[in-house]
Design a binder for this molecule. Sequence first.
Ligand code: 4AD
Length: 455
Amino acid sequence: LAALEIKVEEDKSLGEAKKLKIGQSYGCVGERVKLYGWIHRLRANKKVVFVVLRDGTGFIQCVISGDLALVQQTAELTLESSVALYGTVAKVPEGKSAPGGVELVVDYYEVIGLAPAGEDAFTNRIAEGADPSLLLDQRHLALRGETISAVMKVRAALLRAVRRVYEEEHLVEVTPPCMVQTQVEGGSTLFKLDYYGEQAYLTQSSQLYLETCLAALGDVYCVQESFRAEKSHTRRHLSEYTHIEAELCFLTFDDLLTHIEKLLINSVQYVLEDPVAGPLVKQLNPEFQAPKGPFMRLEYKDAIQWLNDHDIKNEQGEPFKFGDDIAEAAERKMTDTIGVPILLIRFPVEIKSFYMKRCEDDPRVTESVDVLMPTVGEITGGSMRIEGTEELMQGFKREGIDPKAYYWFIDQRKYGTCPHGGYGLGTERILAWLCNRFTVRDCSLYPRFSGRCKP
Ligand code: 4AD
């Protein structure tokens, strides 16, 4: 467009423009509004400039025409510049589609922060389909893209939904510490930390702290970061992840399984009903089927049989035998083949953590559960916990853990023990399943994994 050297000024006779968020403006056809946001798309025609404006609450198509389209300032607009657009909301013509079914007919605008053009332009910094590691270096900019921002909105809705289910089920939210001196899930994945000269760790799980809350607050939950120094560079492992954990008292293993099922079914239902997140899940994952209860319950020993019947081998390339860990590849093959959510239960003592309660009818196995979902595999791990001090001490011994640092956890057994159990959900794994992402890295705001701690 040939640029006009005229000054852009607001025509005050048009009346006050109402300051709104984009999402609020869709219902304001005929009104003059002022919308702040970032230029998401930009296209210039002969005499018209089309802008798609974005502010986090939505997108709106905006039309700049007349002299305003021809001024120098308009010719210099760039993608990702922040602007305030003034104009009248209009229905889009029959047969045309646009976000909210409207467009903004712009009569005046202000540039707030002009983004660079040329070599440093946004599109050069963050090219679609670029190398994933380059994209991760530019995560702060990539977040502005439609896909990642959509996953982050579903994430917010999921955390809201989970909290809503917990509220309905009368669990109290607590915030355990991240800096700890005890392990929960094995020494090999601990991040060590110098704590004023003492050895400390970043927490692997808040479970032990949740257990101590039962006698004070009843059933409890937390949404807290957990840290795992995972050497495994897989698409479902992060070094820091958002761990949704709950602990419940005076219940049976069967009650625990039913509770987990209810949490997953209801929270997914609430996400799908959410006016923002529901349509985003549809867009990201058109094939998504909401899980229905009751979930299939599969005993570890029967899973071993199933794997052998289907000629799936263990990590040594041999047929599975009782006591083998079912590693990621085999677990995924089984889950994807069966194709429905599975509660995999009753794992052998030796392959599970020190705190797990043994089954009364078969002391070789524990009252433990992993929830497996098609396409991602394990999203939840939980169990009933050992109730007696003596048995717990044997658990520490078996795992080679010095019980000294766990006096507070042991006290839970000493001062009014109770049957109890709980579980942990990996937020990013549920999201990968819900939003059909190849890796959990897409589901974390700033993913952390070995070799990546920036931005
Ligand atoms: O199975 P995990 O290790 O169980 C625990 O930490 C228990 N103490 C939880 C409890 O009973 N309160 O982890 C639970 C879940 C897994 O099912 C998985 O979804 C997720 O946490 N998870 C990870 N997510 C991303 N990256 C990792 N490195 C993860 N490790 C576990």
